[in-house]
Design a binder for this molecule. Sequence first.
Ligand SMILES: [Zn+2]
Length: 403
Amino acid sequence: MKKYLRIILEVLLAMLLVGAAAMAYWNYAGKKHISYELAEVTEQVDEAKEALEKAEEEMKELKENIEKLETSVRQIDSLKAAFANGIVLQDVETSYKGQKTLSAERQVGIAALRLLTNGVNDPETVAAFQKSLEMSEWGKNLQTVCAAQNALAAAGQKVQVLSDCKTPEKDQHGGKEKSAKNAHDVHWGYEGDNGPEHWGASFPICGKGKKQSPLNIVGPFEKSKDVLSLSYKEGPLKILNNGHTIQVNVEPGSKLTIGKEEFDLLQFHFHRPSEEQVDGKNAAMVAHFVHKSKEGKLSVIGVLLNEGKDSAAIKTLWANLPPKEGEEYLPAKVAFNPGTMLPKDLGFYNYEGSLTTPPCTEGVNFYILKTPVDISKAQLAKFPFKMNARPVQNLNGRKISAG
Ligand SMILES: [Zn+2]
């Protein structure tokens, strides 16, 4: 019995010892933990303090900026208010009223003024502004870009001015005669120093692009799944000689549908001879119908014109050729339906290409119609441009499909 008692006592003692040890450890560990946490919290408080100081500084800066912004907003508001009464717009509209034709720049200007006066919430005003921008030529857009770049550079801003935009005064190689020539917008053409082989110097994609137009269309062709459907509408004839071609600008409402995608017809224009070749042969001319989707995608339908019978559509167009270069001409009471230019059969060759004029932007989908239409010899002779076709470009592995 005594023996058992001793064992029990020893076990109890051992348990007490273990318990005490455990308690001591827990106590120790706990304290340590707390001191860690304390250190951490102190650090966090310091950080928070720093962050607060920083935030205060930023707030101060922000406040200053907001004050500056408020001043400019007030300035813009007063500007808006000045336009909102409509007097400026009225004055400009009255001064333009007597003119039969308005240059693309003037149309952009007046459209911008309408935008300032009527605000961006008026969809008609916004549509008119977009339309006027689309109508202005690439070459003239470049002039606008140049003017902006040169103005910024003159104001001491770090701006890389396009080589094509260098002002004649700064061009050390350009003599006075050359300056005069530059001022008259001779950026590109189809012959000599301005010819297609030199476009790449000012418009890099024209020289380096790998998906350029036009192409020589030669089989074998892949089968295209695209189905073209056209709904062109009659509208007032608006015709322009932009110095490179005769172009007909089209009012909104004429549409091309490819599958589920919808494109608006913006304009159509001519090249002599046709830019595209079929089996290595050019047609006498081609008409390019330029369409744009809401997302900005471009699709061009090409209609080849071969020498043959008189074309009634061409007769109307050539009878109303603009009297002056560079200004859109609106002959009174002449309506035109672009659909009258097209063959009945819309079978096509399709490939991905580019604009065939500078800046040669790629991502343009071409549908060259297989069926050509007629134009008479006399009508061919009346087209004011002897040669305005870019030569065919390298295929570079592109596939041509047929549909
Ligand atoms: Zn074209």
